[in-house]
Design a protein around this ligand. Structure first.
Ligand code: ADP
Length: 456
């Protein structure tokens, strides 16, 4: 089977679909190739947090913020290893990308919050669960407009070249060969390689052991776009920077079941019932600290500020009642009762909570350097949920410029080739802030879509 479109997008997650919609808004007809039987990728599994400076929401909550602060936190939070120009493009584009999503009908809650490892309350939270709001918004647009065709179960295998120019994609759908010609350009938006243990191991230089870890990722996050890029001499950046979270479900590795509702209102304790890290720290810092605890295992402790009722849901649309029924969360009317439920030393747990509450009252950095506080943990019932390290995000990937064009190993743009989303590298440096991914993939998806649509 052979198809032709102005713009061909490989990957139907948040980056690919924002690129497809934007290319269409710029007058292109578009074909999206998605290897899985459904759209959404890792985007739809995420907690949905979208970091963007939003004065309207933040001022109402008394939160001071600026794109400069977002820039500094992102750049320094990645140890200054990101490309400053790309970081700048990202933070400046995030508020506009948010407005664009809202103009397409996507709804967000009135309040922003701090997501784990996000360092600051600037995460806009979709009104619908997980990342469904993003994907539903794009699907609604695609259904309401002619000119974007989605081919599911269609896996891109290689880029088609004409001289030094990318002119299409060879793909396969079950036993069929699919050739897709691109008049203007191809956008690679295949996501990361968190679900590819061999590839993780090949590039990992930072973590002691990645092979045995589980991942939050969907099974299609295998780094295909990076492999296709290497074949056309694309430059790779930051491949060794792989993000782990301390927030994996002990059985599946997924994010689901996580009982935290925001950074300010929970602590982590190890199997002895002791705190061990600043729970507002960077993701790499928290995960390294967790790896050093007994069995690399911890409990997240919250109280009824996080769950006023047992029907209250977490960020993954699961109620605390449901999680308790599945033995993924435990409840105690006192800290002692909770300690008994989860088998930690109750004196330690009580002391940990008391010390935490003292810090909340004082408002100063605590013994672990934590500065993000809100309510004390003093309102029963108390809840605990178990978490382990899990592979979450791959910061490295294809090198792009601020127009979303892919750059080759000689520093030249590869004509006809664009990329956006987790498949790219060079933005988050060594460590991506929580809540930055969905915003970044949308910003650069839009840029790639616009560039490809307007290419000659
Ligand atoms: P991002 O956040 O960058 O959009 P996602 O993981 O959300 O990343 O989406 C990437 C999408 O690309 C997934 O739906 C994945 O199944 C798809 N994908 C990955 N490799 C291929 C491929 N070779 N051909 C087609 N689609 C692919």
């Amino acid at each position: 089977i052979e198809y032709t479109a102005d713009v061909v997008v490989i990957g139907g997650g948040g980056a690919g679909l924002s690129a497809a919609v934007t290319a269409h808004e710029n007058g292109a007809n578009v074909i999206v190739l998605e290897k899985m039987p459904r759209l959404g990728g890792n985007t739809i599994l995420s907690g949905g947090a979208f970091n963007a400076v939003n004065p309207e929401r933040q001022e109402r909550q008394g939160i001071e913020d600026s794109t400069e602060k977002h820039y500094t936190q992102t750049y320094e939070g990645g140890d200054e290893a990101g490309n400053p120009e790309l970081v700048r493009t990202f933070v400046e584009g995030a508020p506009t990308a948010l407005q664009w999503l809202e103009s397409l009908g996507m709804e967000f809650n009135d309040d922003v919050f701090t997501v784990l490892g996000g360092m600051w309350p600037r995460a806009n939270k979709p009104s619908t669960p997980l990342g469904t709001g993003f994907i539903d918004t794009y699907v609604n647009y695609i259904e309401a407009n002619d000119g974007i065709e989605v081919l599911l179960d269609t896996e891109a295998v290689e880029l088609i070249m004409d001289g030094d120019r990318v002119v299409g994609v060879n793909a396969k759908s079950f036993d069929d060969t699919v050739i897709v010609n691109a008049n203007n350009g191809v956008i690679v938006a295949t996501g990361g390689f968190g679900a590819n243990p061999e590839m993780r191991e090949e590039y990992n230089e930072v973590w002691a052991d990645l092979l045995s870890l589980k991942t939050t990722n969907h099974p299609g996050a295998t780094g295909d776009g990076i492999v296709m890029g290497i074949d056309v001499n694309a430059s790779l950046v930051g491949m060794e920077h792989i993000q782990l979270l301390p927030m994996g479900d002990p059985i599946s590795g997924s994010l689901s079941g996580n009982i935290e509702q925001g950074v300010e209102n929970r602590i982590f304790v190890n199997k002895a019932g002791n705190r061990f890290v600043d729970e507002g720290a960077r993701r790499d810092v928290m995960t390294q600290a967790l790896i050093e605890q007994e069995d690399a295992f911890m409990w997240v402790i919250v109280d009824s500020h996080s769950y006023p009722t047992e029907d209250t849901k977490n960020n993954f649309n699961e109620s605390i009642a449901e999680l308790m029924e599945q033995d993924r969360a435990y409840k105690g009317d006192t800290l002692e009762a909770l300690a008994e439920q989860i088998g930690v030393n109750s004196d330690n747990l009580i002391k940990a909570v008391e010390a935490f509450n003292d810090s909340v009252e004082a408002g100063n950095a605590d013994a672990f350097g934590r500065t993000l506080f809100d309510e004390k943990l003093d309102s029963p019932p108390y809840y605990a949920g178990a978490r382990v390290p899990t592979v979450h995000h791959t910061m490295g990937g294809l090198e792009i410029n601020t127009k979303g064009q892919v750059v080759d190993t000689n520093g030249n743009v590869i004509p006809g080739l664009y990329a956006a989303g987790e498949v790219t590298g060079g933005i988050h440096g060594t460590n991506r802030l929580g809540g930055n991914a969905l915003a970044e993939i949308t910003v650069f998806g839009r840029i790639a879509g616009e560039s490809a649509a307007n290419a000659q």
